[in-house]
Design a protein. Sequence first.
Length: 338
Amino acid sequence: MANTSELAIRTRNVGMIYNPGLFARRKVALRDLNLEVPRGSIFGYLGQNGAGKTTTIKILAGLQFATSGQAWIFGLDTRDSRARRALGFMPENPYFYEYLTAEEMLDFYGKLSGMDRPTRRKCAGALLSQFGLAHARHVPMREYSKGMRQRLGLAQAIMHKPPLVVLDEPMSGLDPLGRRDVRNVILSLRDAGQTVFFSTHILSDVEDICDRVCVLNQGRAVAEGPIGSLLTGKVIEVALSASGIPAEGVPELKPLAVRTWHDGVLYHVLVDSEAKAQTAKGLLERAGGTLRSMQPHTESMEEYFVRVTGAAGAGAGDSFGSGPAETAQTPQETEVRA
């Protein structure tokens, strides 16, 4: 276990059970969650819809109390109001007062955080420019698109320069340029010594910027650690491309390959091991082809996520505790979106 003074977030055996009513079955959102998020790191929190990501974030933000266990922010219990002074928070779907302008909204949140007026004005102007919203600074929020709201939501979360920034699906609704801008902001926060904890479905972004990740499946953490220690690095596929092969391809390759196809210029072969790739290379050359590329493919974050959540889900038929087994089929429970 890491030294508590080195942790921005720590949870111990955190559980969350929703009990919709007397005759409805309970919904277990979290089960014995143990997290340690080092200071100054970028921590990715991954899981399918309903896995418990938003429930965790609400507990960290003090918007919900766990039914068991305990969580701390910089050593302070999340139920303590002082813990929230160190926190910048962006929900999955930011909601703003529709008749405020972007400039007025940032000024409002800065005032709530105790910033003086000159500092608020300076920070608001800088953030609006940084997120490409300076042209719309005097536009009422009701006229903002979803992507603009997402960018403004992130701006308000970092307005008061908190040491910990918690973001729920910050890339949602953004175009590729917007996602790039958000990634750059998250990296700049880490460079400034701040800690970023965020959930996302965009696994390529996680692989690009995160120091550590946790994979959540049905309320349980099924994997956690530095990305380098989780991804095996093992070659799982090799793609070969060759010119000089006729459209009908090389018949001898078809039993060996996962897939073959001709794009009109190059003949492509996909195999599932390096040994098969060498065999395929020899067959292509004997057929008169010229090898143009042979590209090994190692396990990506997306493939790792599918592997560990699929393996965990295969044995997830047990109930939690001594009560009736949980299910997500009742109308009451489908309204709970973790």
